[in-house]
Design a protein around this ligand. Structure first.
Ligand code: 13P
Length: 398
């Protein structure tokens, strides 16, 4: 289990001048390839899922696999919602297991960008989840030719960036200094002076979107100026597609498994190249030693019901599962009946929280208060409630 606090992970990178890849995944091949590459390089890694890709996979199912992969590995991992479009998306991401979220309100005017981002920050910080915001506009679409989406790049202003970070409360800032999303015909021209000025003013981890197509020297120049997270997708998708085309050429009758043969290795090779170039190789142990482990909490209530309560228990549990699981930071609501007929307590709630920070916010959330005060407590006088912090195997190497 090596999920770690993403803020601590990026602070480490920021202070040691290297960058962690935020690699967008769109299938199990990508997930396994990214983890394999990071394990081989003994590097911290961010498993990133972009809302713009949700039409290609089921986010809930992909998150279940991503969380399982993160729990199984020994390298430090964060799970990030990339380009989250709304507060609702951010809540959904956190409840499914994201340990960092991006809110992308960069197409809105300055004040509205701040207001939308602030709302996500207030919610996410209530779950101890850090937030990435974007100021300025990085044009293009991941996975496609940049020229097809020539939208005007809007550069981040250092003065506005300082105000934006102060008022929105974001932990990391995605900046627009000349990169574009997607496949480029040549190298983009970067405004490195602007980046240096932003870094000097803010002193927080900076994020670059549109990593594909930058030269080795450009990556090094970005990292020297405070870039700590690099979002990267198109080059991985292209490496996968090239492998599939070669498979089709060598065997025109190849079926699905024949076409995807070797795709994982092709993606992993590109991820490894990036990790080495961005300076993450061999950092896993140092990050594990400094970053707080990500620990979920189990909120356990065992209870007995009055006669009237017992008559309506199934309905009450069903309503509770629906209402409580929508509260920010609630990973899962389990309801149960005792297996043994003579158990001291006949029923339970087992509510999993994303982190310890969720405890007071859940308790005071209007949906919880209303449910607890009107539906549960009046019929459940006899109850015990305890919060438990998860105790799991420490990752090897520390
Ligand atoms: P590229 O697809 O250009 O690498 O950009 C990825 C990205 O910025 C995802 O947020």
């Amino acid at each position: 289990m090596a999920l770690v606090n993403m803020r601590d992970m990026l602070e480490h990178a920021y202070h040691h001048q290297y960058a962690v890849g935020g690699f967008d995944l769109v299938s199990l091949d990508f997930l396994e390839a990214i983890i394999d590459a990071a394990e081989r390089q003994q590097a911290p890694i961010i498993l990133s899922l972009a809302e713009s890709h949700f039409e290609y996979y089921d986010f809930e199912l992909a998150m279940a696999a991503t969380v399982a992969a993160a729990r199984r590995t020994r390298i430090p991992v964060a799970i990030h919602l990339d380009h989250g479009a709304s507060l609702e998306s951010a809540i959904r991401g956190i409840n499914l297991g994201c340990t960092g979220v991006m809110v992308d309100a960069s197409t809105h005017p300055f004040e509205e960008n701040i207001a939308r981002t602030r709302a996500v920050v207030d919610m996410a910080h209530g779950c101890a989840v850090p937030v990435e915001g974007e100021l300025g506009y990085v044009a293009g679409v991941e996975g496609e030719d940049a020229e097809k989406h020539p939208g005007e790049v809007i550069y981040t202003s250092p003065e506005e960036a300082a105000e934006y970070v102060e008022r929105s409360g974001v932990d990391f800032l995605a900046v627009s200094i000349g990169t574009v999303h997607g496949r480029m015909a040549g190298e983009p021209r970067l405004d490195l002076e602007r980046l240096a000025a932003i870094n000097e003013r803010l002193g927080i981890p900076l994020v670059i979107h549109g990593g594909t197509g930058l030269s080795d020297a450009q990556f090094r120049a970005l990292i020297e100026r405070g870039v700590t997270k690099i979002n990267y997708y198109t080059a991985l998708a292209d490496a996968a597609a090239a492998r599939m085309r070669a498979n089709a050429d060598s065997d025109p009758r190849a079926g699905y498994t024949g076409l995807v043969k070797g795709v994982r290795a092709a993606i992993a090779a590109e991820v490894e190249r990036c990790i080495e170039l961005w300076g993450g190789s061999g950092r896993a142990d140092a990050v594990l030693a400094e970053a707080r482990p990500w620990r979920e909490v189990a909120h356990l209530i065992v209870y007995n019901l009055s006669e009237a309560g017992e008559a309506g228990v199934a309905d009450m549990m069903q309503e509770g599962r629906k209402v409580l699981s929508a509260i920010p930071g609630v990973r899962r609501v389990f309801t149960g009946d005792a297996v043994a007929a003579d158990a001291r307590y006949r029923h339970c709630w087992l509510v999993r929280f994303a982190s310890e920070a969720v405890i007071p916010n859940y308790r005071d959330h209007p949906a919880h208060r209303a449910f607890a005060d009107t539906r549960f407590r009046p019929v459940a006088d006899d109850r015990v409630s305890i919060d438990y912090l998860a105790v799991e195997d420490p990752p090897a190497g520390v």
